[in-house]
Design a protein around this ligand. Structure first.
Ligand SMILES: *Cc1c(COP(=O)(O)O)cnc(C)c1O
Length: 394
């Protein structure tokens, strides 16, 4: 393992502080490194691998598509993209879909679509977007420009203009920024990287009302909190609101690089041929995965399962708060949970890994729990046992 890591540090750009293991294979909710050490996975590749590793039906669908047709470009139609669109539309209550290869590109597309909608209405390209502090939307220039974290943005200016930041869950702070140039408001229903903060009901409903009154496009970033993770297909379905555009990725393809943005007809129709495009986006391979993922969500009743099992996870996490006074609080929804510590958590992660458990952080003081959606009670118990043992030595 040491040799692989040394080579990686020579050949890969230094953009990540990686944990010091080389992962080799997965089975269910477990991962194995190249030394065959077994890890219980409560990170799921950052909220990606909802189905667990080695789902036979998923793997078979992908293998079949590889033998049939991997890629065609978007100059032609293909059946998996049509089927995947139909299923995503049904699940999201949107009208039209554009497939991308990542979450970041879904954000790029959503921002472009909101700008084009404004341009068609006003005839000038001078629109503004309101985003939220502590939000995360991706690393390309556009997605970075709407990401509310100075640390990520600072060195890369000038970014795209016309972006202002409000305080998450503070409706007044959003209203203060609205003017006649406001084209879109973008937010995560549950902030992920920012530290597992769910939007309040008042905030979401207030934002929707504001957008209706001023004809502002509401973009909800469901890249992390979507696809069943919070106990509904999309997190906004817990609230009494519908977005105008949603962005989706991570668990959408459960491991193949695919994202999407989907919109209501009125907004989507602002795009005309030539306005947006991608070579890979929506190719038959990735959309066959998306299509199978939606089928498996239904046949395995994953959303019901998340609703049930997350209650157990929440109960067990609450018990840890009772036990350790260095844990501040629990936040999150469904199987998207965070524990905020009063101490930095960076050093805890390698210790739990040593003990056979994979966890990740969300900021300096928060440990994040985003397991595969198929976890069972016994996996929660196993996770808590390992975690508790490590915490007891702090
Ligand atoms: C991960 C993430 C993104 C970026 O997606 P990538 O696939 O990494 O490009 C955007 N928004 C949110 C909320 C995310 O969690």
């Amino acid at each position: 393992m040491k040799q692989y890591i040394e080579e990686a540090e020579k050949v890969l750009m230094h953009t990540y502080s990686r944990y010091q293991i080389v992962l080799d294979r997965g089975e269910g909710v477990y991962l194995y490194d190249t030394n065959n050490k077994k890890y219980l996975d409560f990170a799921a590749g950052i909220a990606v691998f909802a189905l667990g590793y080695g789902n036979q039906q998923y793997n078979d669908a992908l293998k079949a598509q590889i033998d049939k047709l991997l890629h065609t470009s978007n100059l032609y139609y293909n059946i998996p993209a049509i089927e995947a669109s139909r299923k995503l539309i049904k699940a999201s209550r949107m009208d039209r879909v554009f497939f991308t290869s990542s979450g970041t590109e879904a954000i790029e597309g959503a921002v472009k679509l909101a700008r084009k909608y404004y341009y068609k209405k006003h005839g000038v390209a001078d629109s503004q977007i309101i985003s939220m502090d502590h939000s995360f939307h991706g690393r390309s220039m556009g997605a970075l420009s709407v990401t509310g974290n100075k640390k990520y943005r600072e060195a890369f200016g000038p970014l795209i203009g016309g972006v202002v930041f409000a305080e998450f869950n503070n409706l007044a702070s959003v209203k203060e920024l609205v003017n006649e140039k406001t084209s879109a408001i973008i937010l995560e229903p549950v902030q992920g990287e920012g530290g597992l903060y769910p939007a309040t009901f008042e905030f979401m409903e207030g934002i929707r009302k504001l957008c209706d009154e001023k004809d502002i496009v509401l973009i909800l970033d469901e890249i992390q909190c979507g696809m069943g993770r919070t106990g509904s297909m999309f997190a906004y379905q817990h609230y009494n609101v519908n977005p105008d555009i949603i962005t989706c990725a991570k668990a959408l393809g459960c491991g193949v690089p695919v994202g999407a943005f989907a919109a209501k007809e009125e907004i989507a129709s602002a795009f005309e041929p030539g306005d947006h495009g991608t070579t890979y986006g929506g190719n038959p391979f990735v959309t066959a995965a998306v299509s199978k993922v939606f089928d498996l969500f239904e046949s395995e009743q994953l959303i019901n399962h998340v609703q049930e099992i997350s209650l157990y996870l929440i109960q067990k996490l609450e018990e840890l708060i009772e036990k350790y006074d260095f844990i501040q609080e629990r936040r999150g929804m469904g199987l998207m949970q965070g524990l905020e510590f009063k101490i930095p958590v960076k050093d805890i992660i390698p210790k739990v890994m040593e003990a056979g458990l994979i966890l990740i952080t969300a900021g300096a003081n928060v440990i994040r729990f985003v397991p595969p959606l198929v976890i069972e009670k016994q996996h929660v118990d196993e996770m808590i046992a390992i975690f508790d043992e490590v915490l007891s030595k702090i």
